[in-house]
Design a binder for this molecule. Sequence first.
Ligand SMILES: *Cc1c(COP(=O)(O)O)cnc(C)c1O
Length: 235
Amino acid sequence: MGLVTRAAELAASLDAVRRRITSAAEAAGRDPAEVSLVVVTKFFPASDVRVLADLGVTDVGENRHQEAEAKAAECADLGLRWHFIGGLQSNKAGAVAHYADVVESLDRAKLVGPLSRGAQARGHDVDVLLQVSLDPPGAEHRSGADPADLAALAQRVGEADRLRLCGLMAVAPLGEDPDEAFARLARIRQDFLGAHPDATMLSAGMSGDLEAAITHGATHVRVGSAVLGPRPTVQ
Ligand SMILES: *Cc1c(COP(=O)(O)O)cnc(C)c1O
């Protein structure tokens, strides 16, 4: 596809997503400006990231370290904020801190040290969200911390150099009504804010469920396919 065609396509889908965000915020009695769009560019080339930046996108999300690292380097001139939203390994966490401005998927204490050391080496603060699991306890392929473990995890992040505790992130479990899952998330967040009143970010909602997330207080939605189109099915 030519760049002009791709730009027109991305402009149209981006516009549609922005309209969905505005309607959902208004329906929830919220100011649409409270909801930021993070465009998830995983599997799509740096050329698309450039087009998105041209269209006013300021925040992009990636979930695989090698791909994210290469794309962030290729797009270093664009001044974008890079959100790392994928599963983190402790041996990669330090390297992620070299390009990520926001790490949304911190879900265990073991990651705090490497992430903090990476941020110190870069000489740059990294914003951290704790990923909380909304799955039932014991569910398979669970990612995210148990809600009961958030307090201890938050304390670790709060004590770490160069890490700023900014809030929570979650993914609605497959097969559950996202409205119910995000209602649960809103209660978890309410408790969390009691102890960490400045950690107000809430990253929730994707292409299929951003309206439900905004209803329940999301400040950041992570939208991939609704902007960029379907991803290749082989991961
Ligand atoms: C891929 C991904 C998204 C975006 O998903 P879409 O359904 O394409 O919008 C959001 N959050 C996370 C954690 C992801 O891995």
